[in-house]
Design a protein around this ligand. Structure first.
Ligand code: M6R
Length: 590
């Protein structure tokens, strides 16, 4: 999973490619590279391990008007210069986003036939096949090449002696951009923000051939086709840190505005959503990572308000279990990026099985929104930090409102007003919550166990993911009652148990788990808004007290506390929370 960009026009291609790569870096930052057709017609390529900025000094002196670039999240082969794209062979340069599932067989065949590979990547088989298929017609050679591929790919190719970029796509995104005498191709729309007036999204199986005369699109049998163009409305991400040391902290402070804006945006889709959900008797919520955790909270809203069976499943698992879905099932697919391959493909499957598919996303022109019949917007604005913060809180708000609309149970608007009030409460919590001492304790620990019951358990899972993602400390989330069934064996003086207790009714039960930890010499903390719990553990555990709120909306406050805890732990350990090792913001491969 990677970001790819192509430029053909009158400007300096190296600069345009570099700009695109900076915008696409959230998709992977293991290595970056670019290939430009230089003034002498030869391909000039640079590839470097690490961040996009490493390319800057090398691209400065390359003149040329046609180029491609790549920013990598390693799937096959470790992050290093030789595995970086573009892959070069016989006057061709190729960048690839996706996974070639049959690459091992293809590579064995090519090696047996004398081909020498320079990298450990799956992508290199494409350029080596292409070289063999190339007889002067780049597009025809690319079409012959992709016939042999199984898997997902968005591929861009340039060739010495040909003033063009050839593009192929299957189950990996490509956007084509039409500027004034210049043309672009990129993995996503934000990469093209402000760069071109119109864009077009080709279909799976399509090819594009970009020359100075324009962009021609072909279907898989190489027949010319017309795909709809639309105005390019993408806004460039603001890279302004606003005085914060990291995007993670900045974006966490944007959570109150996210709640407010998500509620505002929901009004515009409420009726459409109600109509789409008419007759639905079962809800399935799908997502990955943080989005999945938001779904675990949202599931409770549908059960509570509408009293319909509601499940939440990991999107990657849903795809492969022969799911039971009928035309009375509504599938809510949650994704910040709207491009997560597992979630997009799960939504596609649900649609094929007859479900009503609803997208809950921050990205209104994404692969996910193209599948869904209704999109519930998460108005978080752009989220740059790889670790999701405000988008999680926005997803919870969007699911809360969706459940209310489906249940039609808030005729006087009291529940909606309750959510609106959470925006201010969230801001107050951000200003007051003090997690620094607990962060120090976590930073010195060997493992942190987040505990909770019911809706608190859902947030415990997210707290654990957030901490491990940005601090690299081992962590798990558990139902508070489950600890004694095995995990208690891990508790010792080097571990920390963090209990989330936001439901007065279940408080006593959750407190039992904290007592079990303390009595075995473990260190414990409670994050709670229940007064009796604050008093009970004062002096015996770290107590992080938050203000009273509706039990179903408490995830907004507990999320702020666990996100801040994760951020501070990462900061104490000197980690970069915005770009954690091995991760990427948008996971576009399976
Ligand atoms: O873009 P999506 O919401 O579909 O992304 C899903 C996960 O990859 C994402 O939430 C991931 O778990 C985050 N890095 C968590 O902070």
């Amino acid at each position: 999973m990677c970001g790819i960009i192509g430029y053909l026009g009158k400007k300096n291609a190296a600069e345009e490619v570099y700009c695109g790569l900076e915008r696409l870096e959230y998709r992977g930052y293991d290595s970056a590279g670019a290939a430009i057709i230089a003034a002498d017609g030869k391909i000039c390529a640079v590839k470097k391990q690490g961040r996009v900025e490493n390319l800057k000094p090398y691209l400065r002196d390359i003149a040329g008007a046609i180029g491609i670039g790549h920013t990598r999240w390693a799937t096959h082969g470790k992050p290093c210069d030789k595995n970086a794209h573009p892959h070069l062979c016989g006057g061709l340069a190729l960048v690839h986003n996706g996974i070639i599932e049959n690459y091992a067989a293809l590579k064995a065949e090519l090696v047996a036939d004398g081909e020498e590979f320079l990298s450990e990547t799956d992508s290199e088989v494409i350029v080596r096949l292409l070289k063999r298929n190339f007889k002067g017609d780049l597009l025809a050679a690319l079409a012959r090449t992709v016939e042999r591929l199984k898997g997902s790919y968005a591929v861009m190719v340039i060739c010495e002696g040909i003033d063009a970029i050839a593009v192929a796509k299957n189950r990996s995104s490509v956007i084509l951009g039409y500027g004034n005498g210049e043309y672009f191709c990129a993995s996503d729309e934000p990469a093209l923000a402000g760069k071109c007036a119109d864009i077009c999204v080709p279909d799976d199986g399509d090819f594009a051939y970009i020359t100075a005369d324009g962009i021609e699109i072909y279907n898989k049998t190489l027949q010319r086709v017309i795909r709809e163009k639309r105005p390019n409305t993408a806004a460039a991400q603001s890279l302004d840190l606003g005085g914060y040391p990291h995007y993670m902290l900045k974006e966490l402070h944007e959570a109150p505005a996210t709640i407010k804006n998500t509620a505002g945006a929901f009004a515009a889709v409420e009726d459409k959503l109600k109509a789409a959900l008419c007759g639905v008797d079962r809800i399935i919520i799908l997502g990955c990572g943080t989005a999945y955790h938001a779904g675990l909270v949202g599931r409770r809203y549908f059960e509570q308000f509408a009293r319909v069976p509601a499940e939440c499943e990991n999107a990657g698992e849903f795809r492969y279990k022969n799911p039971v879905v009928t035309n009375k099932t509504a599938v809510f697919a949650i994704s910040q990026s709207g491009e997560t391959a597992d979630t997009v493909e799960a939504a596609r499957l649900a649609l094929a099985l007859g479900a009503e598919v609803v997208a809950v996303t921050n990205s209104l022109n994404s692969a996910l929104t193209r599948i869904a019949s209704v999109t519930v917007p998460v108005a978080a604005g752009s989220e740059i930090c790889v670790a999701a913060t405000k988008s999680y809180i926005g997803q919870i708000a969007a699911l809360y409102l969706s459940a209310l609309a489906f249940a039609d149970c808030d005729r006087d608007g009291a529940l909606k007003r309750g959510l609106a009030e959470m925006s201010a409460l969230c801001g107050k919590t951000l200003g007051q919550v003090n997690t620094y001492s607990l962060a120090n304790m976590c930073a010195l620990s060997h493992g942190v166990y987040f505990l909770g019951r019911d809706i608190d358990y859902a947030v415990a899972l997210e707290g654990s993911l957030k901490l491990k993602e940005v601090s690299y400390i081992h962590s798990e989330g558990y139902p508070a009652g489950e600890l004694k069934h095995g995990t208690l064996a891990l508790i010792d003086g080097d571990t920390v148990a963090v209990a989330l207790i936001f439901d007065g009714g279940l408080a006593e039960k959750s407190c039992n788990a904290v007592e079990q930890v303390l009595s075995r010499g473990g260190r414990a903390a409670v994050i709670t808004n229940v007064d009796s719990v604050k008093k009970r553990f004062a002096g015996r555990a770290q107590v992080i007290g938050l203000c009273a709120c509706d039990k179903f909306l408490s995830p907004v406050l507990s999320a702020v506390a666990v996100q801040k805890l994760a951020y501070e732990t990462a900061a104490i350990l000197g980690r970069d929370p915005d770009k954690p090792r091995n991760l990427a913001k948008s996971v576009t491969v399976e």
